[in-house]
Design a protein around this ligand. Structure first.
Ligand code: SAH
Length: 272
């Protein structure tokens, strides 16, 4: 529905303005899943989420003189890691003004203020010229965009011909739906190739990494302890229902049967 789509970025921006600080306190500065080898891999959340970023850096492999677009930048940790490990410059966008302010501050503190910049912008309507980026990624941000075709067309437009896009996101298993209050809208993994192609992108690979993102038991336990310690800050922000689900060891909130996670890479078609 057109009205829902128009109001979505504002709603998502308000959601992240509200939740980002408390989220970062309990999960860390990457607002995305972790990557674990298996249930016996007890790597803490902060390192496991950095590992996911590392996989995406490898997929984009930008050159030091290149400029990368980070679609949905959170508080800037993925952009900082990308810039540090590759030498590339990054422009990150978010619909949350609070995130943009925190990300800007964090990049400055990391000594990367000249190469890593952030601004408030909507992926559905990017304030950048055609073919102005050498690569882009969207890490757990497309999930917030009801009109994914439109957002992907916009990203494709600002990529130069031949440039790469990497996507990391949740998807829903067949017959399920993880959509949530107009803030989250999931698709199935089978829809990825078509979405990329309709945007003028050539899919290079679409990989289901759901099993690698499952949080090993001891790590889940440590996360629950942190939540309990910070209940006073956390509870008013997320509400009693979500808080109870997160702290209840018998709830399936971390192992929801509908949950899936995809890594996808695509290339912008060459100019014809
Ligand atoms: N990629 C970051 C943050 C993921 S959270 C990380 O991995 O840490 C989702 C991000 O997507 C938030 O920064 C949110 O503001 C952004 N986002 C959601 N909808 C957006 C839109 N329409 N345009 C730009 N950014 C959007």
């Amino acid at each position: 529905m057109a009205t829902d789509q128009q109001s979505a970025p504002e709603g998502v921006g308000e959601f992240y303005d509200r939740i980002t600080d408390v989220y970062a306190q309990v999960w860390g500065s990457n607002i995305h899943v972790g990557y674990w080898a298996d249930a016996e891999d007890h790597t803490p959340i902060e390192q496991a989420t950095e590992r996911l970023t590392g996989l995406l850096v490898d997929r984009l492999a930008p050159e030091p003189d290149q400029h990368v677009l980070d679609v949905g930048c959170g508080i800037g940790q993925p952009a900082i890691t990308l810039a540090r490990s590759s030498g590339a410059s990054v422009t990150g966008i978010s619909v949350s003004g609070h995130q943009v302010a925190r990300a800007t501050e964090r990049a400055r503190e990391a000594g990367l203020g000249d190469r890593v910049r952030f601004q408030r912008a909507d992926a559905n309507d990017l304030p950048f010229p055609d073919a102005s980026f050498d690569a882009a990624w969207a890490v757990e941000s497309l999930i917030h965009m009801p009109d994914k075709d439109r957002a992907l067309r916009e990203v494709a437009r600002v990529l130069r011909p031949g440039a790469r896009l990497a996507i990391a996101d949740m998807f829903h298993q067949p017959g399920t739906d993880l959509s949530y209050r107009g803030i989250v809208e999931t698709v199935g993994i089978d829809e990825y190739r078509g979405m990329l192609e309709r945007a003028g992108l050539i899919p290079l690979d679409v990989t289901d990494i759901t099993e690698r993102t499952r949080i090993p038991e001891p790590i889940k336990e440590a996360f629950r302890r942190r939540l309990l310690e910070r209940a006073e800050e956390f509870l008013p922000t997320v509400g009693q229902e979500v808080y109870d689900q997160l702290r209840d060891p018998s709830s399936d909130v971390f192992d929801h049967p509908g949950f899936g996670y995809v890594l996808a890479t695509a290339r912008r078609e060459a100019a014809t």
